[in-house]
Design a binder for this molecule. Sequence first.
Ligand code: ADP
Length: 269
Amino acid sequence: MSVSETATPGQISEKGAAGVRMRGVTKAFGSNVVLRDLDLDVAAGERVVIIGPSGSGKTTILRATMTLERIDSGTIEVGGRHLYHELHGSKLRPARESHIRAVRSDIGMVFQHFNLFPHMTALENIMLAPMKVHGKSREQARDSGMELLDKVGLAHAANQTPGQLSGGQKQRVAIARSLACEPKVMLFDEVTSALDPELVGEVLNVLRDIAEEGRTTMMLVTHEMGFAREMADRVVMFDGGQIIESGAPADVLVDPQHERTKAFLGAVK
Ligand code: ADP
């Protein structure tokens, strides 16, 4: 990523990627406080890998950014627009659903378990949101859907249903589906964890291609440390719902400063 492609947090890069700014984000499930007063800035076009032990809040921060979990307090901005709040003069008020939906339309998320519609073909899965949410015509959605399938190496599988595809192919369709809405920020939650080892590489290759294009900011939760080291601009270590260490992969993954990071990396190696 060159400096010219990177805007300051909260802005949009030349290529259309959006920055993310989180302040004081807190979330509890009952008495279990999962995110604690968390601050995180992700620059437009940046690729941030989130690591940390199970239960440290990695999935929850992605789901909160996708508005699949509502936060208890704090703020999240995407491309300079508040996600959960609206500005009334200089005052922040809780946002209406229509505002939340509008800001969220800039964000795409890919899950561990694909979440494809099983009764639809690969192409139909990809065409759905552009038609229903973004008002594209069937022809437009089909053309760009085929382009995306080609991009993830699956043009030949356009008319197959998820049940006819391998795990790696399903995940590539899920990624293409997410790209169909031209997200300015993409969230990837352990997208290779459910795959057989021999299928992981094909999905990581698609992520590399997306990263290279630089059109979207990427936040990834992954246990693929080699991949993280190669493609992350920054690695962020979560523990107990907070960020305890953050820096270049060559620092955090190779020469971690925090004892908890050392212990975690020792355990995943
Ligand atoms: P990680 O991704 O780091 O493994 P998560 O964000 O998935 O961690 O979960 C953090 C904590 O929040 C865990 O203790 C988990 O059990 C809890 N949690 C996550 N989602 C829910 C939920 N919907 N209801 C209750 N507890 C949840």
